[in-house]
Design a binder for this molecule. Structure first.
Ligand code: SPV
Ligand code: MG
Length: 432
């Protein structure tokens, strides 16, 4: 009996897949290489179903003999490992992004003495089209909430961008840039206290309450599907924090980050220009524990944010606190600094990683922005947050247009600073 290899994601089992598997079974025993979350994450969004769920579905297909993980986007490592007699693929890979992969597969199968069989692609049915329509239907709070942990497990570094409105959320939801190592996109959104406050003309001092911030968040939730990390400031008193945790979970937010400051909170990027009081370690641990006790889902994350470096304290102080917070149940650590060299952050990361290999580490490189995501990941970071860039980019653009109109006493000159009317009309699907 020959072995026939078929690679697939199988998030949605449709007649096109059933057809390929059936065709494969006519040649021999069907070995399905099921792409893992990390194999998929380089090129596509994470599937809706987890690997285990997809495996369960594929194993139950009549024509499938065995399912093995395909850990890479490329078929090559598995072809070398399992040495199938035949690999079967839809003929849609002759052109487009998969054409290079097709060449490699032909070469490797020839080396292995095997064969490549291409079968006609089922017109009008493919997973990408299904995925697009699923995205347009939306997501559920439960599904969205769980996605952050899956992304952390699947990706070398999770890329998060600040959103403060539906419109900024839409950019983050849809923007994609094809690069050599895959398709780059933002993995999720940061609900920033700084930009939520600034967009309301308020200072970043916890003056905008959670009910008000949830109104902005609701706009974002309505038109996006990606996970959200909520900037919880100090979290308030523990008795209030427990309600925040449940409110966020109910809305499908994946994580809250709370910082270990007390008294009147001022924005961290002021550093020691303003008084930044740190909370005693025990007290902050109690707040984390209260939050963990209150949470209903298993997947929600409470991340402890260290303000030691912001308050002019040492890396030793930050590390000591980090260990205590992890001990208290924090699901991740965010370390912040306004130093532009990044040296203090790097030192912290190395020392923290010396203690904990796997606790998620979050960085917000606003001032030390010369480092790439790959460099920050090599220090041990799992999540990079671009904390304020959508708002900071929009303000100068609005200001320039307003200035031009004031100066010329008409709007003609502002046109080149603005998107065309046609584009704004068509920006949101379904407007016509
Ligand atoms: C925010 O975006 O509100 C933050 C990050 O908390 S920072 O402004 O750098 O403190
Ligand atoms: Mg903040």
């Amino acid at each position: 009996m020959k072995t026939v290899y078929v690679g697939m994601t199988a998030d949605i089992i449709h007649p096109g897949i059933v057809n390929i598997v059936h065709q494969a079974s006519l040649f021999g025993e069907v070995l399905v290489g099921l792409l893992t979350d990390s194999a998929i994450a380089k090129y596509k969004r994470l599937p809706y179903l987890s690997y285990e769920q997809r495996k369960q579905v594929v194993e139950s297909l009549r024509d499938v003999s065995r399912v093995v993980p395909q850990e890479e986007w490329s078929y090559i490592p598995n072809l070398k490992k399992y040495r199938p007699d035949i690999i079967i693929h839809g003929d849609d890979w002759k052109t487009g992004v998969l054409s290079k992969e097709r060449e490699d597969v032909y070469r490797v199968m020839a080396e292995l003495g095997g064969e490549v069989v291409e079968i006609p692609y089922t017109q009008g049915i493919n997973s990408t089209a299904f995925n697009e329509s699923l995205t347009s239907i939306g997501t559920t709070p439960d599904l969205r909430l769980k996605t952050l942990r899956r992304l952390i497990a699947a990706k070398p570094v999770v890329r998060i961008m600040e959103a403060h409105s539906g419109l900024s959320g839409l950019i983050i939801e849809h923007l994609e840039i094809p690069k050599e190592d895959g398709v780059h996109r933002f993995d999720g959104m940061w609900s920033s206290s700084l930009t939520d406050s600034a967009s309301k003309g308020k200072p970043d001092i916890e003056a905008v309450d959670i009910t008000t911030r949830l109104q902005d968040l609701t706009q974002i939730l309505e038109c996006t599907t990606k996970p959200i990390i909520y900037d919880g400031d100090t979290g308030g008193i523990p008795e209030h924090f427990v309600f925040t945790v449940r409110t966020l979970e109910r809305n499908g937010i994946s994580a809250v980050i709370i910082e270990d400051k007390r008294g009147l909170k001022k924005n961290s990027l002021f550093g020691t220009e303003v008084e930044q009081q740190l909370m005693p370690v025990e007290e902050f641990c109690e707040k984390i524990q209260a939050g963990k006790r209150a949470q209903v889902t298993r997947e929600f994350m409470i991340i402890a944010r260290l303000e030691s470096l912001i308050a002019g304290k040492t890396t030793d102080d930050a590390l000591e606190r980090a260990l205590a917070y992890v001990g208290a149940g924090a699901d991740g650590i965010m370390i912040h600094s306004k130093e532009s060299s990044g040296g203090d952050i790097r030192e912290f990361c190395y020392r923290f990683r010396g203690e904990y290999k796997n606790i998620p580490l979050i960085l917000v490189p606003t001032t030390y922005n010369q480092y790439t995501e790959t460099e920050l990941a090599s220090w041990g970071a799992n999540i990079i947050i671009y904390a304020n860039h959508m708002l900071r980019a929009s303000y100068p653009a609005m200001l320039a247009a307003a200035k031009t109109i004031l100066e010329h006493e008409r709007a003609k000159e502002a046109d080149e600073l603005c998107m065309p009317i046609k584009d704004i009309l068509e920006l949101i699907p379904g407007a016509k």
